[in-house]
Structure formats: structure tokens, C-alpha cells
Design a protein around this ligand. Structure first.
Ligand code: PA5
Length: 462
């Protein structure tokens, strides 16, 4: 079980035309990294994600609920948004067999399907509700704050539908809330109605919560090996105790991206797994990196690399042209998978047709790996920064390690940029405007500010 990281193609020694991080820049980054490392690891009491992998009491709380409902439901419907949805989606895509929700009960070994409503588009919600037999559905309402507008709207609609389907008295048995231990509307409702709840520790924020019950409970319900997931994360946390950059993978990742951005103008940071199961991991990473690092600093300047998800080989036919010849403002981090399930032997057929003949006898696994290496090499040959993270296989252990790698890297990067990676003040104003328009009490000042905004001008509209 191992993860390796090859960042040769980020370095000046490998890239042509004077591109790349110099050895001096890399060596000099050791000091700011040591500071960042100390700052992050001194905060185990308030950065709860650091200790999630070893929090057995928390793990048991999810397993107890999973055991309690086992065999009773065909479907799990998860209501949540942002960090409360992206982690569970990434876990399902990576660790359940492909097209999980289309498999028969036997193919799913009796475990339920998982549906995630992560938006308030009415068409998606009504389509999902129309497909589900709510009498056989468990609804997980996931919200750290316990009051997020989208999740609360979903909850009200789904709760009504549940009451209509199974009766008001039974509806509560179909609900589990995953929320803050003390505060928030969900917690109040749960207390009043005796709804089963699982805690998200107070010191774990939304986008850092995948290894809390936010991800662990749905994963356990789908039969994912959650202990292996946490063991992989624990191993990454243990490795990250080391301050030497060459021995601290999350640290190396953070420093390389930070240097690329601040010293080489590589502001767009692409995460490109060459594996379908990791497609949604890239989306999860995007939220983590963007919401944590895009910040206004105290001196009024703005920082924040822009994360971009891609998927190999698919996006070789979409985004790679831009990565190769577009602005030199990107880094690409590939995720390669060494061992793939079912390598997919390509049959020898049409041997006389040059476009097909050379493929016979190779495997799809070989093809996708070669394409990844070829793309990395091509980017390097044109002076484009790239690095490759390799995992032995996509399983629970490696996914846990990858997720903790990115969470730690985000925390280190926050320190390197000199910002707070754990808040998100920038989303507040839009929320307040929405509350004002919806008539939520206490939003009178936002209403005034909204009303004072410039009105659409006919000359600028068509
Ligand atoms: O990372 C974050 O804090 C956010 O993206 C949240 O996950 C998102 O806003 C949902 O919040 P909550 O879980 O409180 O409903």
C-alpha cells in the first residue's frame, strides 16, 4: 500500500526554456514550510480533521447507526451541499462498483443505493423523489451548521413527501441528521422529535469533514470498508508529522503549488486523475482548494490559486490543448493508478488496418497509463509544469490517504499564503442578499444594501 509523488516535471532541471521551480526556490521554501507545518500541527485541538482518522468513538457512532438500519432500506437519500455532499459523492464513485445505483440488490450485496441531492433545482428533486419508494428510503440530512438554506429547503420538501408516503408518525424513523453536536436548527428539531443524529465534531468544518460521519456514515451504509479508509488517512497524517519537505507528501504538494503560483504565475491548478473512479475526487478537491485558499488578506490583497478538475484520458480531447498551448498559467497534477481491476485485453482484429492493428494484444489499463505518461511528457517538453501522484490501486486505504493528503496540503497552503483556510467569509454577502429577498428575519440591513445596488440599465441589456 503506497502513494508516490514524482514532481520532476515541476522543476527547472527538467523543463526547457527556463521554466520550472529552481533548486534554490525549493531549498528556500523549507523555512516557510517549517513555519506552516508547526502552525498547523500545533492546532490539533481546533483543526479537528487532523484527528478524525483516529477518532474511534466517532467511527463507532456511524457504525452503530449503520447497523441499526441495516437491511431496512433499499435507498439512502442524502440531502446536503458543498462539503456535506461532495465527500460522500466522491466516496461512492471511487469505492463502490461502477454504476452502483443501477446494480441489483444482490449485486450490491444487499447494501442500499445512494442518491445525493446537492442542489435546489426543482427538476432534479422531483425526478429523484418520483423514482424513490420512500417507504424503503432512509433520508440523511447532512449539515454542519444545521441551517444551510439549500439543505433546509430540501429537507422541508422531502420531509413532506415522507409524511405523505409513510405517515407523519413514521417519518422520523426514516430520518437521520448528521450535524453539529450542539447548535443549529437540525439539532433543535432532532431534540424535539427524537430523530436519530450523528455528530460532526464542532471543530470540523464542512469541506474538511469527509472522514467524519459526513462521509463515514453513507460509506458504511454502502458497505465501504471505512476502517481501511481511516487507516489510509491515519498513515498520511503520521507521515505528515515530518517537517522535511521530501518526506512530507502533503507539504511537498502545497509548497510546489504555492511556489508555482507566487513565483511562476501558475495560478490555475489542475487535478487530473486517469481513472474514472477518481473523477469526483477531483471535484471534491476543487471545493477544498478553492473555498479554503481564495481569500482577501488583511492588507487588502487577494490570493488563491484556481483549481480545475479534469479527467484523463477523456479531457485529452477537451482541455489538454489549452494546457499545452494556452497561457502558461497552469500546473497539472496527474493521479496515476498502478494496479487496475480488469485490465481489459484488446483483441487482435483488423490487424491489417494501421489505425487499429497496433492496439491488438495491449490492454486498456496499459493504454490509459501510457496516455497519462505521454501527456505528462508532452507537457514537460513544452515547459508546462506537471507532477504525478501514483497510487497502487483505487481502494479505501488509498482514497483515505489521498483525501487526507489534500486536506493537509490545504491547511499548509493556507499558512504559506498567510490566510485562514478554514473560513469562507466571501460567501456571506450573497447568502445575506438571498435571505433578504426570501424575507428571512434579521436581514433588513442586507435588504437595504441590495436595494441600493445599481439597477439593470436597458443600454447594457438585450
Ligand atoms: O466547506 C464549507 O464549510 C461549506 O462548503 C459547507 O460545507 C457548505 O456551505 C454546507 O454547509 P453545512 O454543512 O453547514 O450545511
Amino acid at each position: 500500500m503506497a502513494l508516490s509523488f514524482d514532481f520532476t516535471n515541476m522543476m527547472a532541471s527538467a523543463l526547457p526554456h527556463g521554466a520550472g521551480i529552481t533548486e534554490t526556490q525549493w531549498t528556500e521554501a523549507a523555512a516557510p514550510f517549517a513555519k506552516a507545518h508547526a502552525a498547523v500541527h500545533a492546532r490539533t485541538h481546533d483543526l479537528g480533521f487532523l484527528t478524525l482518522p483516529e477518532n474511534t468513538a466517532l467511527l463507532e457512532s456511524s457504525l452503530a447507526v449503520a447497523a441499526q438500519v441495516q437491511g431496512k432500506f433499499d435507498d439512502v437519500l442524502l440531502l446536503g451541499i458543498g462539503g456535506s455532499a461532495l465527500g460522500p459523492i466522491a466516496l461512492r464513485t471511487a469505492l463502490c462498483p461502477p454504476r452502483w445505483n443501477e446494480l441489483s440488490t444482490a449485486q450490491r450485496s444487499g447494501n442500499p443505493r445512494l442518491h445525493v441531492l446537492d442542489n435546489v433545482d426543482p427538476a432534479s428533486i422531483s425526478a429523484t423523489l418520483a423514482r424513490l419508494d420512500l417507504s424503503k428510503t432512509l433520508v440523511l440530512v447532512v449539515s454542519k451548521s444545521g441551517g444551510t438554506v439549500e439543505t433546509m429547503a430540501q429537507y422541508l420538501i422531502v420531509r413532506e413527501a415522507l409524511a405523505n408516503a409513510v405517515g407523519e408518525a413514521q417519518a422520523a424513523r426514516h430520518l437521520v441528521f448528521v450535524t453539529d453536536p450542539e447548535v443549529g436548527a437540525l439539532r433543535r428539531i432532532a431534540r424535539a422529535e427524537g430523530i436519530t443524529t450523528v455528530d460532526i465534531p464542532a471543530n470540523v468544518g464542512g469541506r474538511f469533514s469527509v472522514l467524519s460521519p459526513v462521509g463515514i456514515l453513507p460509506a458504511a451504509l454502502m458497505g465501504i470498508d471505512v476502517r481501511a479508509l481511516l487507516a489510509g488517512a491515519a498513515s498520511m497524517t503520521a507521515d505528515a508529522q515530518r517537517v522535511e519537505l521530501t518526506k512530507n507528501l502533503p507539504g511537498a504538494f502545497a509548497v510546489l503549488q504555492w511556489l508555482s503560483d507566487r513565483q511562476h504565475g501558475r495560478r490555475v491548478q489542475v487535478l487530473m486523475p486517469y481513472a474514472d473512479p477518481l473523477r469526483d475526487l477531483a471535484l471534491w478537491f476543487v471545493q477544498l482548494w478553492a473555498e479554503s485558499l481564495g481569500k482577501l488578506k488583511a492588507d487588502g490583497s487577494s490570493v488563491g490559486p484556481t483549481p480545475l478538475p479534469a479527467l484523463g484520458a477523456t479531457d485529452q480531447h477537451s482541455q489538454v490543448q489549452l494546457f499545452m498551448e494556452g497561457p502558461k498559467d497552469k500546473t497539472v497534477t496527474f493521479i496515476a493508478v498502478k494496479g487496475r481491476e480488469g485490465d481489459g485485453k484488446i483483441p487482435v482484429r483488423h490487424a491489417d488496418i494501421p489505425e487499429l492493428g497496433y492496439l491488438g494484444g495491449h490492454t486498456l489499463g496499459e493504454l490509459i497509463d501510457i496516455e497519462q505518461r505521454a501527456t505528462a511528457g508532452a507537457l514537460a517538453a513544452r515547459g508546462r509544469f506537471n507532477a504525478t501522484l501514483s497510487v497502487d490501486t483505487v481502494d479505501a486505504w488509498h482514497l483515505g490517504a489521498l483525501m487526507q493528503l489534500f486536506a493537509l496540503a490545504t491547511a499548509y497552503a493556507g499558512e504559506l499564503y498567510g490566510i485562514n483556510a478554514f473560513d469562507q467569509p466571501g460567501v456571506e454577502l450573497g447568502k445575506q442578499f438571498a435571505y433578504a429577498m426570501l424575507g428571512r428575519g434579521g436581514s433588513e440591513r442586507a435588504r437595504e444594501e441590495w436595494d441600493a445596488l445599481p439597477k439593470p440599465e436597458s443600454r447594457w441589456a438585450m
